[in-house]
Every structure is written in structure tokens, then in C-alpha cells.
Design a binder for this molecule. Structure first.
Ligand code: PLP
Length: 395
């Protein structure tokens, strides 16, 4: 173990993370290696980021090529990769316009600002409240932590931003009761990720859409974790037959390059006029060239088909584990967005898996979360299942 580096990190890095004592030096596909040469199969993928796997050769080539010609110019000018990426996202989604930024939180910031400005532009500035969900996660900036329905995320940062109301996920009556004349939008994840891989009931998102239409509200889908193929379609909204007015993306969009995007319908996007919103690095040619290649790989290497097939296999194998181990309460999955709820704490299992060369994650204390690269193989899934089978005997 590279203790010197870990000790140095503990001296110089802000203590915002409880890190595991591993120093990673390289990756390939769904495999990572630490500086001791120990190999890990990665079911975390940077938390649903490296959907095409680590060090994808095509992304690496495009990055190297782009870095040699142009990394950055101001958004005062145009560049080909940014326009190409926006065109692809518009063609592949409900959206008409795209705003690029650098992270998920920033994409949600843009969505929150756009929703408020949309009503402001109509002379309805008092319509500025956004209804979000309990156990949601939308980011760590002041606006997005204010939109996040988890007290622990907000602790110590008061006063939080005014204008957010919360209702339980999947509770339509509560949502309906919360809407008033000051509401401008509903912000929801099509599947709650950090909230414990929680799925909406079959009719829920459709009913939310109808409620928004009946009350003239905007519907914002946070697809930062569910987007870019994670649930088996490029965007999760495609599977529930509901179209939002605004969608936010980040994570898998750049396969590890920091990029976020807010996609919106024309009429809504029109509320952002020159000077209304901006960010220096947003959509620069380096990151957008990578994201363009990500989308091309999705098409040419049938990433969605692979995700659906391996996702179904993974689910079946986890259900097999559930039949053998009483401590497993529930398996919840769509594509390769997979959760396994345990009767007890998940942290000891995460550490035990790590010691055996499998990286997994735990959210909400007792939900094991598996969000591997979408290119993970059945054999790699088998490896994890065998490991969990063994470990769960003593759990
Ligand atoms: N929204 C969702 C649904 C997320 O899962 C995350 C990150 O986990 C975010 C927003 C925040 O994204 P970022 O960490 O890139 O700011």
C-alpha cells in the first residue's frame, strides 16, 4: 500500500471524503489496478460515470487528438465539438437546446435558474418555488443542496436557499397537496440513485406529468445518474413514456471527463438570453469532443443492448443470492442501475468485497449499489456473485 501518498493526501486534501486506503494508478474496461498491482473489478465506475469502462481507447485517442489542436476557447466563440455534441443530444432527446457546464450540480443549478427565469420572463416572479422529493440528491452547491431532500447534506450550511418544498417520492397525493400558486416546477429523479436505488411506481411519473400540465408547471428530470444508458435506454424517461421540459445530465456523458448538460424544450430554453447564465469551461472543445465520441461508441458498439442483456443476467444472479440469504431484503434494478437492500449495514460488505478485489458501493446505510461500466461481462458479474455468496454466509 502506498502509505506515504495516503499520509500526504491526509495532510493536504480537504477532509471532505472518508477514503478507502487504495491508490489507483490505471484501469481498463471494468478493471482497475492499484499502485501495488492489485486488481479490482469495478462495480462503482466512479459512481455511474465510466459507462464505457476505463481508458476506452477511442475516447483516449479523441482526447489526445483534440488536446493537440484546441483545449479551450471562451464561449464568446463557437467550436465544432460543442455544436456537434449539442446537435447529437437534441437529436437523441426531447430537447431543443443545450446548456453545457462542468458537473451534475451545475446542470441542476442551470435547471433551477431556468425554471425561475421562465416564469419571471412572463411577469410571474412570485411563481418561483420548486417541489422536490424526500431522499432526493441533486448536488452540493447551495441551490442544489437546498433542492436535496436529505438533512445530512444540508447540515451546517444554513441559511439554505429559499423556495424548495419536499414531498415523499411516489406519493402523488402529497405532491398534489403541495402545489400552490407559487409553484413553478417539480424536480425529480426518474430513479432515485443516492436515495437507495428507488424506482417510481408504474404510473407515478406519468401522473406527475399530468399534474404539471394541469397546473402549468415545468417538469425537470434529473438524469445525472440515470442518463447515458445506465437503465438500458439512453435516458430513463424514454422507458416511462414521460417527457420532461428540462433534463439534466453529467456523470456518464463524458465517461470521466467533467461535463454537465441541461437540455430543454425551445419555449422554456428561450428564457435564457445572452448574459443570463454562463460558465467559463462549459462545453469546451476537449470535453465535448470526448462526449461526442462517447455517443458514437454507444451507437457503434451497441452499449444499450449490452447493458440490457448483462443487466438482466446480473439481476437474475442477485435474485438467486436472495433466495439463499435471508439478510437480503430486496433486489431493485433496471439495466445496470442495481440496488440490493440488506437487513443490516452494508459497509462491512463493501470493505470485505474490496479486500477480495471487487469495488461496490453502499448508499442509505443498507443498500448495496452496483453501477458498473455498461461493458462489464457476465464472467465479471459471476465473480462478484461468488464473492458475495461467500461473504453473505457470515453476514
Ligand atoms: N444529481 C444526481 C441524481 C446525482 O446522482 C448526482 C451525483 O451523484 C448529482 C446530481 C450531482 O452531481 P455532481 O456530483 O457531478 O455535482
Amino acid at each position: 500500500m502506498n502509505m506515504e501518498l495516503i499520509e500526504q493526501a491526509d495532510r493536504v486534501l480537504a477532509h471532505t471524503y472518508q477514503r478507502y486506503p487504495i491508490v489507483f494508478s490505471r484501469g481498463r474496461g471494468a478493471t482497475l489496478w492499484d499502485t501495488d498491482g492489485k486488481q479490482y473489478t469495478d462495480f462503482v465506475a466512479g459512481i455511474a460515470v465510466c459507462n464505457l469502462g476505463h481508458a476506452h481507447p477511442r475516447i483516449a485517442d479523441v482526447l489526445a487528438q483534440q488536446a493537440r489542436v484546441l483545449c479551450h476557447v471562451s464561449n464568446l466563440y463557437y467550436t465544432l465539438p460543442q455544436v456537434t455534441l449539442a446537435t447529437m443530444l437534441v437529436e437523441k432527446s426531447f430537447g431543443d437546446r443545450v446548456f453545457f457546464c462542468n458537473s451534475g450540480a451545475e446542470a441542476n443549478e442551470a435547471a433551477i435558474k431556468l425554471a425561475r427565469r421562465y416564469f419571471h420572463a412572463q411577469g410571474k416572479a412570485d411563481r418561483h418555488r420548486i417541489i422536490a422529493m424526500d431522499k432526493s440528491f441533486h448536488g452540493r452547491t447551495m441551490a442544489t443542496l437546498s433542492a436535496t431532500g436529505q438533512d445530512k447534506i444540508r447540515q451546517g450550511f444554513s441559511p439554505i436557499l429559499e423556495g424548495f418544498d419536499f414531498v415523499p417520492y411516489n406519493d402523488l397525493d402529497a405532491l398534489e397537496a403541495m402545489v400552490d400558486t407559487r409553484t413553478c416546477a417539480v424536480l425529480v429523479e426518474p430513479v432515485q440513485g443516492e436515495g437507495g436505488i428507488r424506482f417510481p411506481h408504474d404510473s407515478y411519473l406519468g401522473a406527475v406529468r399530468k399534474l404539471c400540465d394541469d397546473n402549468g408547471l415545468l417538469l425537470i428530470f434529473d438524469e445525472i445518474q440515470t442518463g447515458m444508458g445506465r437503465t438500458g435506454s439512453l435516458f430513463a424517461y424514454e422507458q416511462c413514456d414521460v417527457t420532461p421540459d428540462i433534463m439534466t445530465l453529467a456523470k456518464g456523458l463524458g465517461n470521466g471527463l467533467p461535463i454537465g448538460a441541461m437540455v430543454a424544450r425551445e419555449e422554456v430554453a428561450a428564457a435564457f438570453t445572452p448574459g443570463a447564465h454562463a460558465t467559463t469551461f462549459g462545453g469546451n472543445p476537449l470535453v465535448t469532443a470526448a462526449a461526442v465520441e462517447v455517443l458514437r461508441v454507444f451507437e457503434e458498439e451497441d452499449i444499450l443492448g449490452r447493458c440490457v442483456a448483462v443487466g438482466a443476467y446480473f439481476r437474475e444472479r442477485l435474485l438467486g443470492l436472495k433466495a439463499r440469504h435471508e439478510c437480503i431484503r430486496e433486489v431493485r434494478s433496471r439495466g445496470l442501475m442495481v440496488g440490493m437492500e440488506l437487513a443490516g449495514e452494508g459497509a462491512p460488505l463493501v470493505s470485505a468485497c474490496m479486500n477480495r478485489g471487487f469495488l461496490i458501493n453502499c448508499t442509505q446505510g443498507n443498500v448495496l449499489r452496483f453501477v458498473p461500466p455498461l461493458v462489464i461481462s457476465r464472467e465479471e458479474v459471476d465473480g462478484l456473485i461468488d464473492c458475495l455468496d461467500e461473504l453473505l454466509k457470515g453476514f
